[in-house]
Design a protein. Sequence first.
Length: 360
Amino acid sequence: MNKFSYLFKASMMCVVLAMGFTGCEETQEPKPKQSLWSGSHGAFILNQGGYNTNDAGISYYNFETGEFQPDIMSGALGATGQDMLIYGSKLYVSVSTSSNITVFDMDAHTLVKRVGLFHADKSPRTPRYLEAYQGKIYASCYDGTVIRLDTLQLAVDGEVAVGEYPEGMAVANGKLYVANSGGMSADGPHNTVSVIDLSLFEKELKRITVGLNPYILKADPSGNVYLTYQGNFFDIEGGFQKIDTTNDSVQDLGHSPKQDFVIADGFIYYYDVDYTLVSTGKGSYGKYDLATETHLPLQIEETAIVNTPYGIGVNPGNQDIYIADANWMNPGNVTIFNKDGAKIRTLLQTGMNPCKFAFY
């Protein structure tokens, strides 16, 4: 893949997930991912940082006081904050270029541990996206593996080889689905999703053929997996697909979304934007009704200025919609809308390239 496409994969793509989980005691196995927090306390905002710079950060917006904390790590998170999720009492962040998973105490906002992900020769594994299941955190890594992190020991206790340059993942019916993007491969993007039995976590069960350059995967409450694929950024368009995990068949759902999306309250909320046209990168917004399998408009207040959408989240407590607005040279903003699309407020200069949300 050429340098332009590399920048997309390494710096200009981040999926946004609005999620939270019920807490647990440290001596107990964390409860499953499907158990949501109320979304009444606050929102963590992951700021990806610039390409190859050491300025990733995590902001916090307190719902109870209205206060906004620009960076709970005070500039020490690292380079390229890629993904973030809450599991048990902790917040897990994959820091891709720094090649670690950084773990925080969710309530105290304090650092618990950095888990470095390097080979014996010190070469980085480059973690990308995270998933949680039955006391384990899974991370896709650009070395062509998925690693497993034990949440009590906070140590890697397993790995499985998958395709080249894996990206997003989803858990459904006891299986892990992994997007094999092939994004920086010499032969260009790939078009498969790996399937792994999590009860064994030994090897791939199979690979499913999907759209070119699969990117983000999410599972709905019924166990279906939805994915976006990005094409080749030039003459092959991206799109949206559904995997029926009972038989792993794939259904095309159109050309939107191609970027980030989040599943909440029976809908898929999404935006679309062409990052090859960053100077005019206005986005479009939509919803996909899981029950009726139809695309619907998402009416965002036109007077609200969102220059380049780079992430979307939905608070599970009140269905407020959060849209991240990236500015590749300066700190970006986050605009909050109610479920009807009316603007509530804008959080200014949250950090460099805000991209992901976690609510609790």
